[in-house]
Ligand binder design. Structure first.
Ligand code: AHZ
Length: 309
């Protein structure tokens, strides 16, 4: 069959320019097949630099005092951010993700397979964010590709006006205050660019940055090169006596324990997702993601309760 080169028509829209004038925007269809006359709008290189840096530094300034910091943008952290940003558009939410690519372990279902399994009733979360799924069984649903879940939730979270994702940025330490009862409470996080933090051993003068926030939600995953960051740091600073240590795989036990256990572990620090398995000595669940999204729902609920006090 002949291959169609025609690009689907999208209706014209009108843009209001920075100078207040309005202009009819081109459609893709008008460009296609007309490349001889094609030309981009003009630019000076400094405009590109300023477009990026001005916004980044304005965001650093704005979010230096945040209401909530979420550490780790895996399936749990992103689900937490979605629920909080939707429920409280008045709260400033900073997400700090060590990797350049947010999403954590949720770009594939398990091993290197594409499909993502969620046990019921976590299918409610998929309906909430508009991810289609196959109702494969009475007890679980399947998303055709884990990347469909992750890209959808990511795009929704980033579009909330009260959320800023700082990726390629690592939480290197926690800001704490004495709680007046012999313990500590969280007061924010210490951050650095991840590539910088990887060179603390061979470079000097690479002091970090800070974000103050009354509530920190840590969802850094189970122990590993980066994982369980806040839980491990709590132990080393005496905020927790010891880690329970993640136990072996048991899907039935693990998923309920993580959702139900998601809570404020020390004042101002909520721990959710697989990081909690290291605190509580809970089992791992392996390649099934329902507990991660519902732990995100519970983490958001715990944070909202703090703000309502
Ligand atoms: O890069 C990490 C990942 O994207 C990020 N992260 C970790 N430490 C950080 C730090 N500062 C900033 N100090 C940090 N970011 O946290 C994210 C964690 O995502 P994840 O997908 O690993 O955790 P999750 O709890 O959302 O989901 C875990 C899903 C499961 S279950 C399981 C098993 O049972 O074996 N394995 C996985 C991956």
């Amino acid at each position: 069959a002949p291959v169609s080169t025609k690009i689907a028509a999208v209706p014209h829209t009108t843009a209001v320019l920075a100078n207040g004038s309005s202009t009819k925007q081109k459609t893709i269809e008008e460009m296609a097949g007309n490349w001889a006359d094609f030309k981009f709008a003009p630019i000076r290189e400094s405009q590109v630099s300023r477009a990026m840096t001005r916004r980044y530094f304005a965001d650093l300034d704005k979010y230096a005092e945040s209401d909530i910091v979420i550490v780790g943008a895996g399936s749990c952290g992103l689900s937490t951010a979605y629920c909080l940003a939707k429920a409280r558009p008045d709260l400033k939410i900073a997400i700090i993700e060590a990797s350049v690519s947010p999403g954590g372990g949720a770009w594939l279902g398990g091993q290197l397979f594409s499909a993502m399994v969620m046990r019921k009733p976590a299918d409610a979360f998929l309906r909430e964010i508009g991810v289609p799924y196959e109702d494969a069984d009475d007890d679980f649903v399947v998303v055709k590709h884990a990347a469909l879940f992750t890209s959808t939730i990511l795009s929704k979270v980033i579009q909330f006006p009260n959320v800023k994702l700082f990726n390629a940025t690592v939480v290197e330490d926690l800001i704490t205050r004495a709680d007046g009862k012999g313990g500590i409470r969280l007061a924010g996080v210490v951050t650095n660019w991840t590539l910088v933090s990887m060179h603390h051993d061979d470079q000097s003068c690479m002091d970090p940055n800070t974000i103050n926030a009354p509530v920190v939600i840590s969802t850094t995953g189970h122990d590993g090169p980066f994982g369980a960051f806040s839980a491990k740091r709590l132990v080393s600073m005496g905020g927790l006596p010891a880690l329970g240590g993640m136990r072996g795989l048991d899907m039935n036990t693990a998923e309920d324990a993580i959702v139900k256990g998601t809570r404020e572990v020390v004042p101002g620090l909520i721990i959710g997702g697989m990081e909690l398995s290291e605190v509580d000595g809970a089992n791992r669940m392996g390649p099934t993601f329902g507990a991660m999204v519902l732990s995100g729902v519970k983490a958001a609920e715990e944070a909202l309760m703090i703000f309502e006090l």
